[in-house]
Design a protein around this ligand. Structure first.
Ligand code: HEM
Length: 452
């Protein structure tokens, strides 16, 4: 343990070059968020960045991220990034801190148990088959919106009562992309910029209001209908009662939890699925092996939760896709003085880390920019950088609640689509990464070809 004398003040942490007056590093982040975040490691394990006038400490190594998310998690709250999401998702699970977070996490967790997810898998499978059957040979599909449709419909039909949730799906599909396109920039920018009457702000505010209104209506209709035999997240939230006070969740609290699940669960899943088909194009050998695996494990019937653990090739592909195109930026704020990497961070310090940058660190991953699902074979994993260096779903008490859900949902979709179709890129377009909650693609147009 380091003695107090060895501790360095936060002002000793190297400041990243390139800051400009008033905006700090905000311009660099706006221009090329993923490049900027990935460049930070070259300045140190801990570096200082200014977003506008707000200073922020960025952590660039797996061990220090582990300190923040696991070992010293009790000394952190979620911080500025999540404060800026409050207008959209209120104090839903991803934003809540302390006791409120603990209570809601305990309440919602049963909806994501292994048994529950096995129960959702029939709907996941039917939705995936409906998507695959909606295509015909020669169709050109833009993969992200197609996969976003699958992701939102699957969330609505498994978690929000099929009949009531589905009318909301259209509105969500319309509004979510507008919100996501501005999410990272908005979360990382000075708050004063939100009030500028520019089209980007207007579009964002309109989409946020419209999404809130749609979810409010779902909640109000369900509340008015009274108890049902639906056994889903919406019913659970409406019935939930505080053990001590006996009070129910308010409609606003229920809306915030639903909005959180939609934000956290739709784009992440859609981007992962869309990138999967893009990345497979560069590895026809891997695609052929997946198709053989699907035929052997599943045959011609529906893909179910029972098949998922045996589809190990798909697992490696998903792991590799999330490594390459994962969560861009996460933040925390110290709630008491914290010692991190020999530096003393005062209470209220904003701390950030990028899973995207961590997972592409060439010091941790051999040929880090290459899509190579075989790096997840057990024998190669043993030589790899270890568990702390790969945390696609985060770690500690704030770890993703939906990891098994998406794992099952994505495996079922990939197996169902690959068995039926080959997706061939439309010539002349190379997808570009866009930073939002995850690194998603601008467009991935593909032509549908029947698989022999
Ligand atoms: C490939 C897909 C996904 C990825 C990469 C992903 C990643 C993450 C990460 C890294 C966190 C931790 C955030 C932090 O530490 O601040 C997180 C939290 C969360 N995720 Fe996911 N996620 C995915 C899919 C989903 C799905 C499908 C759902 C819901 C159905 C979901 C719901 C949540 C929620 C509610 C939280 C907040 C948990 C808490 O604070 O207790 N995610 N996710």
């Amino acid at each position: 343990m380091s003695s107090v004398a060895e501790l360095r003040p936060v002002t000793s942490v190297p400041r990243v070059p390139g800051a400009v007056p008033l905006l700090g590093h905000a311009l660099a982040l706006w221009r090329d968020p993923l490049g900027f975040l990935s460049s930070l490691r070259q300045h140190g394990d801990l570096v200082r960045v200014h977003l506008g006038t707000m200073p922020m400490v960025v952590v660039t190594t797996p061990d220090l991220v582990h300190e923040v998310t696991v070992r010293q998690a009790h000394s952190f709250e979620k911080g500025r990034f999540f404060d800026r999401l409050r207008p959209l998702a209120g104090n839903g699970l991803a934003n809540a801190d302390g006791e409120l977070h603990k209570k809601h996490r305990r309440m919602i967790q049963p909806m994501f148990s292994r048994e529950r997810i096995a129960g959702y898998s029939d709907v996941m499978s039917a939705n995936a088959q409906a998507l695959a059957d909606s295509w015909a040979p020669g169709d050109v599909i833009d993969l992200e919106p197609a996969m976003a449709g699958y992701a939102v419909e699957t969330l609505a039909s498994t978690l929000f009562s099929t009949d009531i949730g589905l009318p909301a799906v259209d509105a969500v599909r319309r509004n979510l992309p507008v919100l996501l396109a501005n999410l990272l920039i908005r979360a990382a920018s000075p708050k004063a910029l939100d009030r500028l009457p520019i089209p980007a702000n207007r579009r964002f505010d309109q989409a946020a209001a419209s999404l809130r209104a749609v979810i409010d209506e779902v909640v109000a209709t369900s509340r008015a209908a009274g108890p049902t035999d639906h056994d889903d997240l919406l019913a659970l939230l409406l019935a939930a009662q505080d053990a001590e006070s006996g009070t129910r969740l308010s409609d606003v609290q229920v809306r915030d939890e639903l909005a959180t699940i939609l934000f956290a669960g739709a784009e992440t899943t859609a981007a992962t699925l869309a990138w999967t088909f893009h990345e497979l194009v560069s590895r026809p050998d891997v695609e052929d092996a997946l198709v053989a695996e699907i035929r052997e494990v599943v045959g011609d019937g529906p893909v179910t939760a029972q098949h998922v653990p045996a589809l190990q090739g798909i697992r490696r592909v998903i792991d590799e896709v999330i490594r390459l195109h994962g969560v861009t930026l996460l933040m925390r704020r110290t709630t008491e003085p914290v010692t991190l990497g020999g530096v003393e961070l005062p209470t209220g310090t904003e701390v950030a880390f990028s899973l995207y940058a961590l997972h592409r660190d060439p010091g941790l991953y051999d040929r880090a920019h290459l899509f190579d699902p075989d790096r997840w074979l057990p024998e190669r994993q043993a030589q790899g950088p270890g568990r702390r260096a790969y945390i696609p779903f985060g770690a500690g008490n704030r770890k993703c609640i939906g990891d098994l859900f998406v794992w099952t949902e994505a495996t079922i979709a990939i197996a169902t689509i690959l068995r039926q179709w080959r997706l061939v890129p439309v010539p002349g377009h190379s997808p570009r990464e866009i930073a939002s909650a995850v690194a998603h693609a601008d467009r991935i147009p593909m032509t549908v070809v029947a698989r022999q």
